[in-house]
Design a protein around this ligand. Structure first.
Ligand code: GDP
Ligand code: IMO
Ligand code: MG
Length: 429
């Protein structure tokens, strides 16, 4: 009955989609448990490249049942476009299951996301503008619209009205926008009802029954540990819990049924949007990492901020998620550097910190303390085992493993499905 959580260890875009896809062949269910179409998970299969935003990465494996859990926020228009696009490329999406409790992103959530960012000016979060934050805010305020509400028009209208009451005041009086009517929102959402109905189930019941029957599942996170609203670099975070605990609340699979927590970590670090990033490189080295790693956002196309591996962040991710294994990705991108710096601790105003500082102020002041590792020039994109890697690449992986608090059980040497070195199996048992 194994349930495996796949979580991002840094600020997102570590390669969770690829890691989930690689596990996909061996599991029965893949469940997205948080976030929405702020995520962009890229999967490369042969010559084909797929960018998934809302649909679980398991959708590309014909034997997998893909599930959108209750913790996800769904933009129905985006979801159906994604389904249509995949179908047009020959991917069967008919097995998809959607939680009745997942919240729906309404047009006003997108509007508020964008205008509130504009109002924040220099202090903006740099959100993806997809309405994620305002939808989760409504959920917490008990003003949200859930998938199940679409099946009862009277209730749907009541819920929209409740949510719009406050928002129209905000939109008109503060943001100088026009008011949104209940009718226009209800009409838009109701266009999806017939198409949506066959997908919707009590997913917590379904997943627990599946585990009882000995089925296996991956719980796939969007975003990452340092973007977690509780544990990340608040307020420069997303509005959900991408960390392993969020996999339980966002799916209804309880902690006692999780067997393994796999944290995906890049061999260097990237971040999109605002917020502190101690190892960020604002020079030609950062440019080089961005170019070699193709570090441009899957969702917004924004250039990703790039920097060196941060072992303090990795240790934090190991601790917060109860990480049993790391998947180290994009090692191939580091080929060609004479020496590779790794941040092992921070200097905060003259004081050494081996762990994440307690306060945001200290984290903003954190300067990386680097150790340097010799690089390699050999092409590693065809490596199948650890022994195929040059000695310096092996030493780099071993050093990261020793610093980061969990074994590096798989190593990515390219975007392709087969470009993964499996050091030890990620499947329990
Ligand atoms: P996610 O959001 O965590 O799923 O990651 P993204 O898909 O946003 O970004 C990761 C990018 O790196 C994608 O373009 C992947 O195809 C690519 N990728 C994943 N693993 C590797 C790897 O080991 N090497 C290389 N070169 N690319 C990789
Ligand atoms: P995947 O799943 C990287 C970032 C945004 C912004 C902050 C808040 O592909 O790793 P939001 O729209 O969520 O309110 O934006 O979070 N962000 C991501 N960064 N990868 C992601 O997803 C992200 N999802 C959100 O850039 O800084
Ligand atoms: Mg991504």
């Amino acid at each position: 009955m194994p349930a495996i959580v796949v979580v991002g260890a840094q600020w997102g875009d570590e390669g969770k989609g690829k890691a989930t896809d690689v596990l996909g062949a061996d599991v029965d269910y893949v469940v997205r448990y948080n976030g929405g179409n702020n995520a962009g998970h890229t999967i490369v299969i042969g010559e084909e490249k797929y960018a998934l935003h809302l649909l679980p990465s398991g959708i590309l494996t014909p034997t997998v049942v893909p599930v959108i859990g209750n913790g996800v926020v769904i933009d129905l228009s985006v979801m159906f476009s994604e389904i249509d696009l995949l179908e047009s490329r020959g991917v069967d999406t008919s097995k998809l299951i959607i939680s009745a409790n997942a919240h729906v992103i309404a047009p006003y959530h997108r509007t508020i996301d964008k205008v509130s960012e504009r109002f924040l000016g220099k202090a903006k979060i740099g959100t993806t503008g997809r309405g994620i934050g305002p939808t989760y805010a409504d959920k917490m305020n008990r003003l949200g619209v859930r998938v199940q509400d679409l099946f009862d028009e009277k209730i749907l209208r009541q819920k929209i009205e409740g949510s719009l009451d406050q928002k129209n005041n905000l939109l008109v009086k503060v943001f100088n926008r026009r008011a949104i009517t209940v009718d226009e929102v209800a009409e838009e959402l109701l266009t999806y009802v017939d198409r949506l109905r066959p997908y919707v189930r009590d997913t917590a019941l379904l997943l627990n029954n599946a585990l009882d029957e000995g089925r296996t599942m991956v719980l796939e996170g969007g975003q990452a540990t340092l973007l977690d609203v509780d544990h990340g670099t608040y307020p420069f975070v997303t509005s959900s819990n991408p960390t392993a605990g969020g996999a339980c609340t966002g799916s209804g699979v309880p902690p006692t049924r999780i067997d393994r927590v796999v944290a995906v970590v890049k061999a260097y670090t990237t971040r999109v949007g605002s917020g502190p990033f101690p190892t960020e490189l604002l020079d030609a080295d950062g440019e080089r990492l961005r170019r070699d790693g193709g570090e441009f956002g899957t969702t917004t196309g924004r250039p990703r901020r790039c920097g060196w591996y941060d072992a303090v962040v990795a240790r934090f991710a190991a601790r917060i998620n109860g990480t049993t294994d790391f998947v180290l990705t994009k090692l191939d991108v580091l080929t060609g550097w004479e020496r590779i710096p790794v941040c092992v601790a921070y200097d905060v105003d003259g004081v050494r910190h081996d762990e994440m500082p307690m306060t945001q102020t200290d984290f903003h002041h954190a300067k990386p303390v680097y150790e340097y590792f010799p690089g390699w020039d050999e092409d590693i994109t065809g490596a199948k085992t650890l022994e195929d890697l040059p000695k310096n690449a092996q030493a780099y992986v071993t050093a990261l493993e020793e610093m980061s608090g969990a074994p590096m059980s798989a190593i990515g040497v390219g975007p392709g499905r087969d470009q993964t070195i499996e050091v030890r199996s990620l499947l329990p048992g």
